[in-house]
Design a protein around this ligand. Structure first.
Ligand SMILES: *Cc1c(COP(=O)(O)O)cnc(C)c1O
Length: 433
C-alpha cells in the first residue's frame, strides 16, 4: 500500500515512510491511497476465525508489501494479546470494553502495534530511534508499555510535573529499560513545545534519529480497526441498523471506525460523543469548525480543543459537510451530565462506567431521542473505571475495584528525571544521551 498526505502536496510514500515520519512533510496526515472492501462472504468468515487471524486479514492490505506476512503475523499476535469484551446492558445497548490491555485503556491497541511495527522498520539501523512523546497522562503509559523492550528504540516521555495523577505517573515512570520519563517543571503545553522544537532543530536531527508517537501516526490508527471488527463478530445478528458511539478527543478512534466501515463493516452511523470540548459536534450542526483552547473536564483524556485527526475525517468524507453528516452525528455533554449518567448506569444495570464511557452512552441516548427508527447501539468503553477512581467515587459513592496490574505499579518506585522547561537544557540532555 502507498500512503498520501491529506494535503496532497507531499510525495507518496510507503508504510515505513509514513510510520517513521508521523506527519507528512507538507504538514498533512498520511492516508492509504485506497481502502479495499472485503466481500460479504469474507466478512461472514470473520465471525468464525480466531481473532488474531481476523486482525491479520484486516491489516494485511495496508501493510503489503512493506511487511512480510510472517512478520506481520508476529506483530499482530504479540500486540493484540488481550481480549475485547462485549457486555450487553440491554437487548439494544452494548458496551465494547477496550480496556483489558496492560494500561487499561484502548490506546494499548494502537501503541502496542505501532511500537512493534517501528521496531521492524528500524532493524539494521546503526543509530537507535528515539521516540519523543509529550503526555498529559494516558498516552504516556500506553506508549511506554507499547515500546518497552522493543530493540533499537528508546522512548523519552515528557510530562508536566504534579499535573498527572499518581496512577498515571506510576504507569510510565517506573518501567526503566528503554523508557525514560522526563518530569518537566511546566505545563503540558511546555512539554509539547519542547518536543516540537526538537523535531524542527536541524542540528539535533543530524545527530539523532527522532520520531513521534502521537495519535496522528497511521501506525496507531490501523490497529484500531481491529476492535470494530471484534464488535461485529460478537454482536447478535440483528435486522436493525447499528449505531456506534465513540467517546472522542483527537478523533483517532472515530476515524478508525470509518476505516472499518469502508472495508465493509455494516455500521449505519457513528456518534461523535464529546465532553464540553465539542468543536466537532458544533461543526456537524453549523458547518463551522472553530478550534479553541481545551477545557478541563472529568473525561480528561478527551480534553482536546483542536482534534488532530479532523483532517482525516474530512478527507474520508471528500471534504464535504453533507458527507460528514451522513456518517457522523455529534453530541457534547457537561461534567454534571456525565456524573449523573455514571450513577444512572450503575443504578439501572449495576455497571460501573468510567467518565469517558459514560459520555459515549449519553451520545447514544441523545441520538435515540432524535431518531425514532429502531436501532441498536454500541458504545466503545475506552478506559477501565479504576483509572478514574476519584470521578467514579464522586458519581456512585464507591470506588471501583483496583485491578492487580494497576496496584502493582502504584507500589513501584518512580524513576523520572527532573528537567526545567528550557529548550537548551532539553537539547543538551538529548545530545548527551
Ligand atoms: C485517548 C482517549 C479517548 C479519545 O480518543 P481519540 O482517538 O483521541 O478520540 C477517549 N477515552 C480515553 C480513555 C482515552 O484515553
Amino acid at each position: 500500500m502507498r500512503y498520501r498526505s491529506t494535503s496532497r502536496k507531499a510525495p507518496l510514500t510507503s508504510l515505513r515512510g509514513a510510520v517513521l515520519r508521523g506527519l507528512a512533510p507538507d504538514g498533512g496526515l498520511y492516508m492509504p491511497v485506497e481502502i479495499a472492501r472485503h466481500s460479504p462472504k469474507e466478512l461472514e468468515e470473520f465471525r468464525g476465525l480466531p481473532f488474531t487471524e481476523v486482525c491479520f486479514r484486516v491489516v494485511r492490505p495496508f501493510a503489503t508489501p512493506d511487511v512480510p506476512e510472517e512478520v506481520l503475523w508476529q506483530i499482530v499476535s504479540e500486540a493484540i494479546n488481550f481480549p475485547v469484551k462485549l457486555v450487553s446492558l440491554s437487548p439494544g445497548l452494548h458496551i465494547l470494553e477496550l480496556f483489558h490491555g496492560p494500561t487499561l485503556a484502548f490506546k494499548d491497541f494502537g501503541a502496542r502495534f505501532m511500537a512493534r511495527l517501528m521496531g521492524y522498520f528500524v532493524r539494521g539501523e546503526t543509530r537507535p530511534l528515539t521516540v519523543l512523546v509529550a503526555t498529559s497522562g494516558d498516552t504516556g503509559s500506553a506508549v511506554a508499555h507499547g515500546f518497552l523492550n522493543v530493540p533499537g528504540i528508546r522512548v523519552l516521555i515528557l510530562y508536566p510535573s504534579k499535573r498527572v495523577s499518581e496512577a498515571q505517573e506510576k504507569q510510565f515512570t517506573t518501567l526503566g529499560e528503554n523508557i525514560t520519563a522526563l518530569e518537566v517543571a511546566g505545563t503540558f503545553d511546555d512539554c509539547q513545545r519542547l518536543v516540537k522544537q526538537a523535531f524542527s532543530d536541524a542540528e539535533l536531527n543530524r545527530c539523532a534519529f527522532l520520531t513521534s508517537a502521537n495519535s496522528i501516526n497511521i501506525g496507531r490508527l490501523l490497529p484500531q480497526m481491529f476492535y470494530h471488527v471484534a464488535a461485529y463478530r460478537q454482536l447478535p445478528v440483528a435486522s436493525v441498523p447499528l449505531i456506534v458511539s465513540v467517546p472522542s478527543g483527537n478523533f483517532g478512534n472515530l476515524t478508525a471506525g470509518i476505516f472499518a466501515k469502508r472495508i465493509g463493516l455494516p455500521v449505519a452511523k457513528y456518534v461523535a460523543s464529546t465532553n464540553a470540548n465539542d468543536v466537532v459536534p458544533e461543526y456537524l450542526l453549523t458547518g463551522e469548525f472553530h478550534p479553541r483552547a481545551a477545557k478541563t473536564t472529568y473525561a480528561n483524556a478527551m480534553d482536546v480543543g483542536n482534534p488532530n485527526n479532523f483532517p482525516r475525517l474530512l478527507d474520508l468524507c471528500r471534504n464535504r459537510l453533507e458527507y460528514v453528516q451522513k456518517e457522523i452525528w455529534g453530541h457534547g455533554v457537561t461534567d454534571e451530565e456525565t456524573l449523573r449518567e455514571m450513577k444512572a448506569i450503575h443504578d439501572r444495570f449495576g455497571y460501573i462506567a468510567d467518565p469517558h464511557t459514560a459520555v459515549g452512552v449519553l451520545g447514544w441516548e441523545a441520538f435515540k431521542l432524535e431518531h425514532a427508527e429502531p436501532a441498536q447501539g454500541l458504545v466503545l468503553a475506552t478506559a477501565h473505571p479504576a483509572k478514574f477512581a476519584d470521578v467514579v467515587m464522586k458519581a456512585i459513592g464507591t470506588a471501583p475495584p483496583l485491578p492487580d496490574r494497576l496496584a502493582t505499579y502504584l507500589k513501584r518506585e518512580k524513576l523520572s528525571l527532573a528537567i526545567s522547561s528550557s529548550y537548551a537544557e532539553f537539547k543538551q540532555f538529548l545530545l548527551a544521551n
